[in-house]
Design a protein around this ligand. Structure first.
Ligand code: BLA
Length: 316
């Protein structure tokens, strides 16, 4: 097996201009997430001056083992953004993946922009959300501050991209009342809807960012920082995409991409461990239970009503 890592093969491809390269998918389908990334960077630049992140040097473009996919990574920061990063994958078999997130600086209690799309020739598994930094089930004022005016947007897309069925119950606490969680067979019409939703959600997040003023209270900043670290710790350990990534680039390099790039900050924004945050995953020998979920899957239908009230009363 030959490994092709960015660090060793950085001359092979990429840099931002690579977005202009003909897509690997174009041979099999017209669909690609590259235009999503391009839109997102252009749109964000209307609101913030993006400067390349130091991560860009090590994480940019690479080929998966055996040349079966191409991975592209971008990362930026700005005065209010700690990290905007994007991973897109185009497989030679038609697989298309986008993992796009924007993490605010800790002075801001802004939600985390989250677009996670996994597409094969047949199926799509998507999560699109402004993931709340704080509790939106019990903390009414945080929910109202960021989501009240966005409920109609959520309702609009919930009709077009219906609830995807049961999910890892733990995940729901990381989702907002306007989360799009959906599974659907590939079609041009659905991809068009997804693109619109992505654009609308991103624009909404950017408006929230424009309005946000930085926290001056140190304890509130620390509260935001820990919430972001907890989020990163969850995703760096339990994100459903890890398995695919390991298959593409191998165990060691997948771990590097996950901890240093996708969920950058997990190793330096805080000192608490996964078990500190999620003690129910602790095995008798102190290690982390490898199960994705301790509670199991639930929420057959959308656990938020049309007023944005949480109605999934089975949540522990
Ligand atoms: C499935 N991805 C899922 C599911 C969710 C998410 C909820 C349904 C399975 C489940 O119940 O967990 C996404 N879960 C999230 C997100 C958060 C969360 C965004 O808790 C945030 C807090 N998905 C990707 C990437 C890949 C990917 C990058 O985002 C691949 C590289 C793959 N996701 C993927 C696959 C499945 C999946 C293959 C189906 C397999 C499974 O259900 O485990």
């Amino acid at each position: 097996i030959t490994y092709a890592f960015s660090i060793f093969t950085s001359t092979r491809c990429c840099g931002i201009n690579n977005m202009m390269r003909p897509s690997m998918a174009s041979a099999t389908s017209a669909f690609s997430y590259k235009k999503f990334v391009q839109f997102a960077l252009e749109e964000t630049r209307k609101h913030a001056q993006l400067i390349p992140s130091p991560l860009q040097e090590n994480f940019n473009c690479e080929e998966a083992i055996g040349g079966k996919a191409e991975l592209q990574m971008h990362s930026f920061e700005s005065p209010k953004i700690r990290l905007l990063r994007s991973l897109s994958v185009e497989g030679s078999d038609g697989m298309q993946v986008l993992d796009f997130a924007i993490f605010p600086k800790p002075e801001f209690d802004l939600p985390i922009f989250c677009a996670n799309f996994f597409t094969t020739a047949m199926m799509n598994i998507i999560v699109l959300d402004l993931n709340p930094l704080h509790d939106v089930i019990n903390q009414q004022n945080y929910k109202e501050k960021y989501y009240k005016h966005l409920i109609p947007l959520g309702i609009k897309y919930a009709e077009l991209l219906p609830w995807g069925g049961k999910i890892t119950s733990e995940s729901i606490k990381f989702f907002s009342p306007i989360v799009m969680w959906s599974k659907f067979p590939s079609s041009q019409q659905k991809h068009h809807v997804l693109y619109s939703a992505f654009k609308d959600y991103l624009k909404s997040w950017l408006e929230l960012m424009d309005q946000a003023s930085g926290e001056t209270d140190v304890s509130q900043t620390m509260f935001n920082l820990e919430a972001q670290h907890r989020y990163l710790t969850w995703r760096a350990e339990k994100d459903p995409g890890h398995q695919v990534l390991r298959r593409l680039v191998g165990e060691t390099h997948a771990k590097e991409i996950i901890r240093s790039f996708l969920f950058n900050g997990v190793d330096d924004l805080g000192t608490k461990t996964f078990i500190d945050y999620f003690p129910e995953y602790r095995c008798d020998d102190g290690t982390i239970n490898q199960k994705r979920s301790m509670i199991g899957k639930s929420f057959e239908s959308r656990p938020w009503d049309t007023r944005g009230e949480f109605i999934g009363n089975t949540l522990r």
